[in-house]
Design a protein around this ligand. Structure first.
Ligand code: G
Ligand code: MN
Length: 244
């Protein structure tokens, strides 16, 4: 039984934004909205302890997603207008895909005009059903982008990419962490880079923490990176300062 209500989600969730960097120019090109949780005493905590519960129940997962888009609009609405090429990624739990529940939220928040600046990240860790795949197709028809998150770790794996067009693969941080330490990880990342070229998709390397990792990724032609080397998740005003 759930111990968390939709109301609690609404009053506790807020968003921070981790920059995504173009590895060639070293400039910020977008960000990922990451959910944070405000505890009863007002302290900011990670959402990790409750995320599995939120993402396993449709109503809570939809509330979480709604909160994230609501924060995004309030925090970055102006920035999206002022920087038309800047894009924001939002994690979409597969359970909320497929019942046409996200589009009305975006309509209500007047975010439809910004769809080309929005990327839905679908994790590879959770199965996506046929309705979810239809929702991805519709989102792309409407101009939004779709990324496969945690790429390389999933249950459904590469099979997911058959008959489903996506824009971006986000290489899971577990691969990046092993660069320079484990030759198999290095070969796998090279393999993913080659695969991305053939599939004509972009790559974002997640969890980049060192200049050596960034140099390796740049050398093998990976376009973008995200991680503590550049920034942790930031408040909206800190993000604006980055953009100048
Ligand atoms: O699965 P997803 O890509 O949404 O996960 C993002 C998570 O990774 C966040 O919890 C974020 O805090 C964490 N993260 C982001 N950058 C780094 C990093 O450079 N190193 C590590 N260890 N974790 C990171
Ligand atoms: Mn993500």
């Amino acid at each position: 039984m759930s111990t968390i209500s939709s109301h609690t989600v609404r009053s506790s969730v807020f968003a921070k934004y981790q920059p995504i960097i173009d590895l060639t120019t070293n400039r910020i090109v977008g960000c990922e909205a990451l959910a944070r949780w405000r505890a009863d005493d007002g302290r900011e905590t990670t959402i990790e302890p409750v995320i599995d519960e939120l993402e396993s129940q449709e109503d809570l997962a939809l509330e979480l997603t709604t909160c994230m888009f609501t924060c995004l609009k309030a925090d970055l609405g102006t920035l999206l207008v002022e920087h038309p090429t800047f894009s924001v990624s939002v994690n979409l739990p597969p359970i909320v895909m497929g019942k046409n529940k996200i589009l009305p939220v975006l309509e209500k928040l007047a975010l439809i005009a910004h769809l080309p600046q929005l990327t839905g990240e679908i994790t590879e860790r959770q199965a996506l059903n046929e309705q979810g795949r239809d929702a991805i197709r519709l989102a792309r028809q409407l101009g939004a982008r779709v990324a496969i998150d945690d790429f390389g770790t999933g249950q459904s794996g590469l099979q997911q990419l058959i008959g489903l067009e996506v824009d971006t693969l986000k290489i899971d941080q577990s691969f990046i962490r092993q660069l320079g330490k484990d030759v198999a990880a290095e070969r796998l990342v090279r393999g993913i880079a080659a695969l991305a070229t053939i599939l004509k998709v972009d790559l974002v390397a997640e969890g980049v923490e060192t200049a050596e990792q960034a140099a390796f990724l740049r050398a093998i032609g990976i376009e973008k990176g995200q991680g503590w080397l550049w920034a942790k998740a930031l408040d909206a005003n800190e993000l604006s300062e980055w953009l100048g």
